[in-house]
Write a protein that binds this ligand. Structure first.
Ligand code: ATR
Length: 293
């Protein structure tokens, strides 16, 4: 018999609440981090139906959970069951990470932080005094717009197929952080200028994601002219949007780093450990290996 020492009676628990959760790489990512750091933690998938969400949260409160992640479709719904949500998470309108301290639950959103860490590392710059063009205004866009505004961007231009959604996102930032957001629609004559004046362009839409790989949310490649261009999509690694931008001299960054860093940031919140550069490199390598399997 092979003895498995990885889970013990003393192990503390972490998990992922969502529905579905089968496709998630978070269990592998977090369990690899615990192995790497020698921590007795076990991360488990917790698929749950909406009507049982509160029961599950109550169960977590009375068991040996250190914390948990939350994914689609509960990132907003979970907030009402959390004792204290961070101000940033409230602005972002969603929580993806919860830490339990003395039986109380604290909610955070690490999507914005994950995006920022990945961006800084790849681009070698942040958002202070930068002009940014954001494409999309859905669930993925809001944490990013809020984070960029909090980081001191000079201007955020947002273009989305459904203008109502970009107007709502603009209100969140303009009324709570700084009056820097301007909304465009795809037919606006001034849209090209807005792209050209921007230092950074970010795609937060799902356009171009596998299997829709021949599509891009930017139809005219003349909109690219040397900006830093970021796509939240990581499958494929190089979307048409990024390939077009690259062909026009832009520095391109895909969504892999954000996926990793939102997880690392959550892990750091639960454990209080700040990963060193070396450990981050190791984590990145195992992460790429997990994704390629
Ligand atoms: P997520 O949580 O990933 O952001 P979402 O809330 O459904 O998912 O938002 C998806 C984003 O991609 C939205 O900005 C959406 O535009 P709408 O607000 O108009 O729906 C955008 N999107 C998805 N498919 C699109 C398409 N074919 N053309 C343009 N935009 C699209």
């Amino acid at each position: 018999m092979i003895i498995d020492y990885s889970v013990t009676g003393k192990s503390k628990l972490l998990g992922l609440i969502g529905n579905p959760v089968e496709h998630s790489i978070s269990p592998q990512l977090h369990n690899s981090l615990s192995r790497m750091l020698g921590l007795d933690l076990v991360y488990v998938p917790l698929r749950v139906d909406r009507e049982k969400l509160e029961t599950l949260v109550k169960a977590i409160k009375v068991t040996d959970f250190l914390g948990f992640n939350v994914t689609i479709p509960y990132k907003r719904d979970i907030m009402k069951f959390i004792d204290e949500n961070a101000k940033e998470a409230i602005l972002m309108g969603s929580v993806n990470t919860v830490k339990k301290i003395d039986g109380r639950l604290y909610g955070y959103n690490t999507d914005g932080e994950g995006f920022l860490r990945a961006f800084r590392e790849a681009a070698g710059t942040g958002f202070k005094d930068k002009k940014v063009m954001m494409i999309g205004a859905g669930g993925a866009a809001r944490p990013i717009a809020v984070k960029i505004a909090l980081e001191g961007a000079e201007k955020i231009n947002i273009v989305n197929r459904t203008t109502q959604k970009s107007v709502e996102l603009a209100e969140v930032v303009n009324e709570n952080i700084a009056e820097i957001v301007q909304v465009y629609n795809f037919e606006d004559k001034t849209l090209k200028l807005a792209f050209e004046e921007s230092d950074i362009i970010i795609n937060t839409t799902s356009v171009g994601m596998s299997p829709d790989v021949n599509n891009s949310p930017v139809k005219d490649i003349g909109y690219f002219n040397g900006q830093i261009v970021y796509d939240l999509i990581y499958n494929p690694i190089k979307t048409k949007f990024l390939a077009d931008a690259e062909s026009r001299g832009c520095k391109i960054i895909n969504g892999l780093g954000m996926l990793l860093y939102q997880g690392i940031s959550a892990y750091e919140i639960w454990t209080g450990i700040k990963l060193s550069e070396d450990k981050l490199k190791d984590a990145y390598n195992s992460f790429v290996k997990i994704l390629s399997e």
